[in-house]
Design a protein around this ligand. Sequence first.
Ligand SMILES: *Cc1c(COP(=O)(O)O)cnc(C)c1O
Length: 504
Amino acid sequence: MFISTRSKGEQVSAATAIKKGIASDGGLFVPETVPHITVKQLEELIHADYQQRAVAILKLFLTDYTQQELNQAVARAYGDGKFNHPKIAPLVKVVQSTHVLELWHGPTSAFKDMALQLLPQLLAQAMGKTGENSEIVILVATSGDTGKAALEGFQDVDKIKIIVFYPNQGVSKIQGLQMVTQQGSNVSVIGVDGNFDDAQTGVKEIFNNEQFNAELGKLGYKLSSANSINWGRLVPQIVYYFSAYLDLVAQGEIKVGDPVDFVVPTGNFGNILAGYYAKLMGLPVNKLICASNSNNVLTDFLITGEYNRKRPFHKTISPSMDILISSNLERLLYLVTDGDVTSIKTWMEELQSKGSYRIPAKLQAKIQDTFTAYWADDKLTTDKIKAVFTEYGYLLDPHTAVAWQAADEYKKSKADQSIPTVIISTASPFKFNDSVLTALTGKTAGNTDEFTLLEELSKLTGAPVPKNLSSLSNKPVRHKGTCAKDKMPETVKAVLELLKKEAD
Ligand SMILES: *Cc1c(COP(=O)(O)O)cnc(C)c1O
């Protein structure tokens, strides 16, 4: 069963936790106990493919889903040519004892696909299992990447509709094209006249508007958000830690039982937390290294024990990590306090009211048994992209470069140099073509067309442009709708009417 991080009492099945997304008291859902995996179970998965590994891990948490349901969900998420690599999440050895886990072979070339391909399947099944009569409407406000990954994941999933709001002026040309060319009979994409905050505020107001929700309810719709605190987004991420480890064994780099370090480019703390769950389940994870950009609130927290969001917000070249409130940290606090919901509730209230909280020294020490943290500014990030390409011929995107920089820092003080390092790579370098080209050539792209940049980057590095990006220029634009920032509720209703008419 799943319970809240902030109070005792509510106890729900995995299906309900995934459908609700957030607990009634505002806390996050966590499993009551962490399941354990035996050495024998691990050994049986060494030669399994990604889908088999996924089902084996998922079923330990999603005990109310049948084996058949999980097989189907995983096949739909990771099968059928959705990923452009047969291994789904390939592990690439770049240099002695340094391996890169590439999580960007999915339909949008970034790691959000790993979770957002599977969550919609789990959610659709959850609706059946919980006797839900309404249709679910997923509302997303996006600054670019998450919206596209959600659209791809929810495309044509039964009994679910998805509406994505993006800032008309606030996304790159490629990001915009990725969204407005989206296929699917249940999707809608709307450009808001405003910036990302306007779009996000609008979506939040819709969620909090009881009257509007009641009106939608009468029409048979229920809103949901599918955001990164949903357990259904976290659990798919545990799988690739196991998969990376098993690949190290399969490639003869380690034996089952040997320790491995993971370096994770971190924003909302979801990815790295999944690594901690893997460790608690029995995967021999030595250290988890948290890598941040100039928004280094997590580095400070993991080193000092104080979480303080009162600091300037930096726009960096690794924008998916530009975050000052890392929501999933709450689940780590739950795990390391053995479920001290009273303290967690207090800390979260302090974070809200005064912008900071401090955990006791003993707890901090316990966290540091596993976690260490480093950060890199844009200059170090850029230098690392250039250095790794020059030395090893391996091309990093800016998020992964932040992690590589952290890995290098960590290695300086690492006691046992024989422990292999896995660097988690969260985006294709082509997704951030502008910053990557600048890092390699020293020249800024200026107003050069993004498709030209993709070609230039490909020429310079010999790496192919991912098809999902190169093919965008000749896909038909399907979504031309825009709306004023104060007209978002009306737009939601109009979109739902239109989608219904089209379906009839
Ligand atoms: C979302 C994202 C991250 C941060 O992951 P969290 O789970 O939020 O810590 C890092 N890199 C890229 C490219 C992302 O899209």
